[in-house]
Design a protein around this ligand. Sequence first.
Ligand code: ASP
Length: 353
Amino acid sequence: MKIIGHFTLQSLIVIVLIILADPHVAGRLRAAAPASGFVLIAHGGAGDYSKMTPEQIEMRRTAMVKAIQSGYAILARGGSSLDAVEATIRVMEDSALFDAGRGSYYTREGVPEMDASIMDGRTLQAGSVASLKHIANPIHLARLVMEKTPHVMLVGEGAEKFAKAQGIELVSPYFFFNEREWDRYKNAKAAEEKKKSAAQLKGQEHGTVGVVALDQAGNLAAGTSTGGTEMKMPGRVGDSPILGAGTYANNESCAVSGTGTGEFFMRNVVAADICERVRYLHVSLEQAANDVVMKVLVEQHGDGGVIALDQKGDAAAPFNTPGMMTATVREDGKIRIQGWSKNAKPIIVPATK
Ligand code: ASP
């Protein structure tokens, strides 16, 4: 046996293995390990896009490209996945084209109530907000909760008071007014008055937005922002701001953002389940995401989909609805948009830094 100093080669190997098995060391090593390249994936909601006009679909595609470009620029210059997630979601919230920020669905009382969350896969730090009525960019407030408070989640009035103290303008509910949402609200009300069944009333599309990203340092992050479900009760909170249900990120497993009827995502802790399958069952990300979305959720008639990403840059985007629009960009700068229908041919456009 070859002796190195006082140690045999065997005992040196054992010592190295013990150090690597320490979760803290492993975490640090993983976080620092150079990733194979950066990746950013956004979704604009799962649902039935066939009810939308080609112009509406095109508008959403264009908005997703613009959003992805802002995240791409951050990742390309070495910025963090957390910054890229927030920036991308902000553009989608501002577009008024999705069920988030300015385009949020209305509650049964005719005003939007928004939820959002963001999570850092390197530190497991997270921030979340719910039942906001006067905040233009809920994802930014979620980030501030993460960075400026000892808490993870703030809701309603308390969250808005905190926003004000942070210098964020509280906007009037008119800020969120748009014809499309007003029509959707009126139609849903009218249908309800005619006593249509819950199934008939159910919204055909979800426009929640979510982003997962892997940066050049190998760190994952995830974020989700939503106005929730159509005609929800005031005070109803969905999965999007619930860590482990609609949003989750952990460098040791994966980053996930979900969209669909949140009650199912909460009952099944969908985002965490996908990541924990990867971590403990050692299955591929694709298998974990497919098993949860296409088996667990489908068995319960839970509609929706997820975007999921791991530290290797492997990605999955299963959905059990007729569509889920996603946009993906990697280091090569090609934005690939797809998913507005199962057979939609991906469209590829260049990202500019
Ligand atoms: N998951 C969101 C919620 O239940 C809705 C959606 O994804 O469209 O609040």
